[in-house]
Design a protein around this ligand. Structure first.
Ligand code: ZN
Length: 327
């Protein structure tokens, strides 16, 4: 690939990061992060203190991005979880007489549910699929799902990533179809995703979604962001119990639903990718949430007003992330 291509990909990476969406290099011409799996972790560099996932090292830092894309024509991976997005991935139709393509299936589903499917930031994929970028509701940790909404429709939330516009493969390019700023994920799609996540987690699939107010949502994002960013063996337990306690105090003050706090905290723990300690970590969440609830935070009108919301406040650039490549 020539240098023009490098520059174009780098510009896309910077453009997306400028929107507050963390990015990571994907192998040139491919869709896989230029990063090792947890079971092949060398324990060096960024993983000195324990393995870090692509989601954890994705960044919005323009200096890191410029340096990385000047080394190779990386494709661009975008990480919806920390970006505050949910990306709906509509695949082309699978082989079979009655199979719908994902985009058609999603439109059918919207009609059945009587829900809107508003225009939003949309990317087309080399084989004719499309990625719809929506803003995730604040305080709602939506995970990735596979074929849950419909056979050819996946979602990419926490724990997932998408190949961003500008990226190229041998069979074609990922192109921006609609540059509308991402709009809020329609309520019926929030519900459809949460049904899935909550069912998988706790068996309470029919619970309504409680979307917290702006003040609580900002607190949830801040606390869970800190937890997710805490490196292995560097006080994760303490960071987790402190965050769960703080959110428990908001639950006690009736400004945050306990389910939402628990889901977000668990998602932050999940992002560590430390399967061995997950049961212990979930137990820490329960203990600390309960303790915080018993000492409710006093919320003044002033504090709720000034906390406010900023759309993409979740993804604060992490200056401690350094070079991405393994070499
Ligand atoms: Zn590692």
């Amino acid at each position: 690939m020539d240098s023009t291509m490098d520059a174009a990909l780098g510009r896309w990476a910077l453009e997306l990061a400028g929107r507050g969406w963390p990015v990571l290099p994907l192998r040139p011409g491919a869709k896989f992060p230029d990063w090792h799996r947890g079971d092949r972790c060398p324990g060096t560099g960024q993983c000195r203190g324990g393995h870090r996932t692509p989601e954890q090292i994705a960044t919005t830092d323009p200096d890191l991005i410029t340096a990385a894309w000047s080394r190779a024509p990386w494709n661009v991976g975008v990480f919806p979880g920390p970006a505050g997005l949910l990306i709906i991935d509509c695949d082309p139709a699978k082989p079979g007489p009655d199979e719908l393509d994902g985009w058609t299936a999603l439109q059918v589903l919207a009609e059945q549910r009587g829900g809107p499917l508003p225009d939003t930031f949309t990317v087309t994929t080399p084989r004719g699929g499309r990625h719809l970028y929506y803003r995730a509701p604040a305080g709602c940790a939506l995970r990735s799902t596979q074929g849950h909404l419909a056979a050819a429709v996946d979602t990419r939330g926490w724990g997932g990533y998408a190949v961003a516009p500008g990226s190229v493969r041998a069979d074609g390019a990922y192109e921006l179809l609609d540059d509308t700023d991402p709009v809020e994920l329609p309520g019926w799609l929030v519900q459809a995703n949460v049904e899935h996540c909550v069912t998988a987690g706790s068996g309470r699939g029919d619970r309504a979604v409680a979307v917290p107010g702006a003040f609580a949502a900002t607190a949830v994002r801040g606390e869970c962001g800190k937890v997710a960013a805490t490196p292995y063996k560097q006080g994760r337990n303490k960071a987790l119990s402190r965050a769960a306690y703080a959110l428990g105090q908001l639950v006690g003050a009736d400004v945050l639903a306990e389910d939402v706090a628990r889901t977000e905290l668990r998602a932050a723990v999940d992002s560590w990718g430390d399967v061995a300690s997950i049961a212990k970590d979930y137990a820490v969440i329960e203990t600390s949430l309960r303790a915080g609830r018993h000492n409710p935070r006093r919320i003044t009108p002033h504090s709720t007003r000034t906390a406010g919301t900023r759309r993409h406040s979740a993804a604060s650039p992490r200056k401690d992330t350094v070079a991405w490549t393994n070499g």
